[in-house]
Every structure is written in C-alpha cells, then in structure tokens.
Design a binder for this molecule. Structure first.
Ligand SMILES: [Zn+2]
Length: 322
C-alpha cells in the first residue's frame, strides 16, 4: 500500500521538492529553478521534473506515493486546485491540478504558500495543538496565515490572511500591492532593500555596500545578518525599523484575535531570528492590551524552510480525510 508523499514548495524563483515517509521524515530532496519568466508550460514542466527526479533518485516507485501536495504563491482555490491569480507567476485561472494528475495518475492538492506554511507550523511545527494561531512570514514580502478555532481560515473566496497588507499608516511608503503603509511596505525585504540603497546613494558608509547588488533584486537575509553581527549601524537601523513595524502589525493582530500563539517565520527570521525575536517581544508591549498579550506565546518558526513542505503534507492528509 502506498505510504509516502511528494511535497513541494513552488516559489517565484525555485521549486523545492521532498519525499516524506509515513513517519513524517523527509527522506529525499530536490531543488530546481522555477524559471517563471518562461511561461506556464515551463513551470508545469518544472513541477513534473522535480517529482520525476524525486522518484528516480530515491528509487521509490510511483505506486508507493499516496499523493502530491504543494504550496504556491497567489490566490488558489484549494478545493479545485486551481490557481486563480498569482502576482509573481504568469498564471491566471490555471487548472494545474488536472495537468499534474493527468501526468502522474496520483491525486494532487495545492494551496496558497503562506496558508500552507501556517498549516505546516500548526500540524508539525511550532503551533501543534494550538487552537488559535496567527502566523506572520517575513521574507521578500510579508505573508500570513490564520488558524481560528482549530481550522485554517482562508475565507469564502480563498483571499483571507493577507496580513502583510494590513495598513499601518495610510500615508506611509508605497507597497507592491499599490496601497500605502502596509506592514509589508515596512517589514518586507523589498522595503529594507530600498532603504539600504537610498542610504548608500546618499553616501552613508556601511559594509552593506559590498554585500548588496545595487542594480537588481532584494538583499539576501545572510548578508543582512552578517552586517547586523558586525554592528553595522545602517543594517541595525533598517532591521530595527522593520521589527518595530512588525511588532505594530503583530500587536494589532493579537488585540483582534487573542491568539494562543503568534508564529513568526520566513527567511528573515530564519537568518536573523536570534536578533529579532527578543526585540520584537519588547516592542510588542507598546501595541497590545496587557491582558490580551498575557498568555500569548510569541515564537519563531520551527520548520523554517520546510514549513511549506510539511504544510503540503498536512494539506494532503486533510483532503484525504474528507
Ligand atoms: Zn500592500
């Protein structure tokens, strides 16, 4: 009888794949570039080739695989496995479930990456057995997930949990979504990078100058950590500001939801968690009602880079129980 699972984290730049066994251990991994710019067929081909490589390299038969599960960015109809809209991928009303199931003859399930990451932390990570959880994932942008009364809350049209676009200041900096002053516009790496580049252009002296590519993209979390570790004043300033606003966002969510736990994850926390978490807990007192804050655990992600892989496992198990 089939007992293993193929789980995937489909990002704008990379596809992570893993085979997870019946004891919830990752036994094989594969990582490939998404090459999203080449179009839908290429992405589909990537997903298929990651799954094929996992089977080939592990020697595990297709008949041993119960199902394939994945998390991807964008608005996803979890019931149909259809991508309604994805901001960083060229997908619109794309029935990826059908495409993958036709290819493999194995059930395929898909959900929004932040929600799936939340599922991972809730079922296998930091928030196991907690009834009400807020998850905030800080990376290039800021994603979120909500568990309310023991159920992932994705809303009637799969759009809930966009915690990164909570407006903290209507006159604040512009966000990628077009609004102003979103949590993401303060605490995501895109905004941190903007701030760093502006300061470098103004002639500020910083070791980040040698660690950042001024022409393209966002700063990676590791060089940012390196600069913070070396007490670079600009790096510390930029991270502190991001954490301050993260505390404002997380604090508001604590006031609204009175959760048992707030899980803070994403690439920035993975690299800088030891620096950020104590500071976040200090700042958060400013933004919460003391009675509500009391009894709320604020913890870093446990699964880190594997949150979406384990969330995909949780998604498969949930769908199969139905
Ligand atoms: Zn926004």
């Amino acid at each position: 009888m089939a007992s293993k699972y193929i789980c995937m984290d489909i990002g704008g730049t990379k596809v992570l794949g893993a085979i997870i066994d019946e004891k919830n251990n990752i036994i094989y991994r594969v990582k490939k570039k998404t090459r999203a710019e080449k179009g839908v067929e290429i992405i589909e081909e990537r997903i298929i080739s990651v799954a094929q490589d996992l089977l080939k390299e592990s020697g595990i038969e297709k008949s041993d695989i119960v199902a394939i599960g994945a998390g991807a960015p964008g608005v996803i109809n979890e019931d149909k496995g259809e991508i309604i809209y994805a901001p960083n991928l060229p997908w619109k009303n794309y029935d990826i479930k059908k495409a993958i199931e036709n290819k493999f003859g194995i059930p395929f399930f898909l959900g929004n990456d932040a929600n799936i990451g939340m599922m991972g932390e809730w079922k296998y990570g930091a928030a196991v057995k907690k009834k009400n959880v807020v998850g905030i994932f800080v990376g290039t942008g800021v994603g979120g997930g909500l568990v309310i009364n023991n159920k992932l809350f994705s809303g009637p049209r799969y759009l809930a949990g966009e915690l990164g676009h909570m407006v903290l200041n209507p006159e604040g900096p512009y966000c990628n979504c077009g609004q102003r002053g979103c949590l993401e516009a303060y605490s995501g790496k895109v905004s941190m990078t903007k701030e760093i580049k502006n300061q470098i252009q103004r002639g500020r002296s910083t070791i980040l100058k040698d660690l950042i590519d001024m022409e393209e993209g966002v700063i990676r979390s590791k060089p940012l950590k390196m600069a913070v570790d070396q007490k670079d004043s600009l790096a510390i300033e930029v991270v502190d500001k991001a954490v301050y606003y993260l505390a404002a966002g997380a604090g508001s969510l604590i006031n609204i939801f009175n959760p048992d736990m707030v899980v803070i994850g994403g690439g920035v926390i993975e690299s800088l968690g030891d620096y950020i978490m104590p500071q976040l807990k200090r700042y958060i007192k400013r933004f919460t009602l003391p009675d509500i804050l009391e009894g709320t655990e604020i913890v870093p992600s446990v699964l880190k880079d594997d949150a979406i892989l384990f969330g995909s496992l949780a998604l498969i198990k949930e769908k199969q129980l139905k």
